[in-house]
Design a protein around this ligand. Sequence first.
Ligand code: AHR
Length: 516
Amino acid sequence: MRLLLAALAICVAVPSSSYAMGDDDSETVVVHGDRPAPKFDRHIFGQFAEHLGHGIYNGIWVGPRSKIPNIKGYRKDVLEALKAIRVPEIRWPGGCFADEYHWRDGIGPQANRKVSINTHWGGVTEDNAFGTHEFMDFSELVGADAYVSGNVGSAPPVELADWVQYMTSPVGSTLANERAANGRKEPWRVPMVGLGNELWGCGGNMRAEYAADLTRRYGTFVKMPAGQHVMKIASGANSGDTDWTDTMMRIAGDKIDGIGVHYYTVPGNWDHKGAATGFDENQWALTLAATIRMDKIITEHAAIMDKYDPAKRVALLVDEWGTWYDVEPGTNPGFLYQQNSLRDAIVASLNFDIFARHTDRLRGANIAQMVNVLQSLLLTEGDKMVKTPTYWVFDMYKDYQDATVLAVDVDARTYSKNGTSLKAISASAVRDAAGVVHVGLTNVDPNRAETVRVKLDGLNVTHVSGRILTATAMDAHNTFGAPDTIRPAPFTGARISGQTLSVSLPPKSIVMLDLR
Ligand code: AHR
């Protein structure tokens, strides 16, 4: 019966008035072209680059004298790959590293820079070759906003105040003249400043009340020259800890512009998180079910924020998200290096769908992390680089940036494995400035294809094209020897009939449709 209905949907136009959700067992998505929601802020596609493992060194930065092709010390391949997906914003220098970072260690002649120990990540030496100038210039080259995370845990407020002044003041003051002497006369734009990172944990193990008081205090001294606006972002909760958000909003809500929650997708527990590849279907389902928790987490934090800020002035950011598995065998456990497979791509598309449902409050997110760390977009080894399946999802969804979100309803069966269940189909939609509607569809079921009817309410569409990301194996991934094992392909499985699309989704696939 299901197959018959699905086949009929391919060639029969269904008038919108006769359409009842849930009236049979077909997978149905309704895109409400007449129900626009707040825009999908481009900062939701933000990245996170921490001094951790090979995230910065060898990942972004090789130095100008390297044999690896580079532009002023930045890897050329990485730069080009990031520009191609229009990275809107980069958070740096941490993470846990941020609350141990002293910006003066990373300015001035390279040879004079302090060599410190990265006590948090692997105990390796940090020669500070990549400092403020290198990061700010890198952001400019990529075309991304800088999101600088300040040290609240182990430095006095004057350190952050001076750092901001060093970066943003026009020449004339001692700090700005020092910047000019170090090679940069023009001030940089610093649109986002983080007031510490994980103050409940590595940022100082603080109680929420104390952290909120410090947030007020440190935020007071983050000042911009006239004409420059800065978003002050408080260190937000660990996953679902709504008490933290409540306290932060109650005490410091009027002094901040954003609050950054962290939530990682871990299929197992923190001691045995699970492998990045070579996993079974059980792990597949556990991972995807874990990532879906993001919806509940955002909903709950947003509800607390509504209590204190009904006008939604303060933005919610998920400024760390992504999968966290056991490190690749044989690699430094402190470097958090993991492979990235089709499963990670589906994690990314599911999160973009979730983010689209919360754009009234959610105005930023940073995947952890950009290169070589956790759910990275890019992996490097020597002079080689691969684009991961997650990179390709960022590529497929890039037209969501600053586009108007359209409300979407999904009526789909449940995919289950060993008692772990989630909806088989996930979806989101936006309309971009040129009027093109983009519909993202994900089939999480690794075994079963689905024909999805997409009803286009209030939309007049005559042309559909698209791209698909899928593979035979659940853990399909790209390696340095085989960098193109998984990458998007043109999609030809969608047919328009009146105001309905019929879309054939293979098992474990992500499809992005462009409707004109
Ligand atoms: O992304 C790795 C680490 O995860 C970050 O440094 C920290 O903020 C979080 O716990």
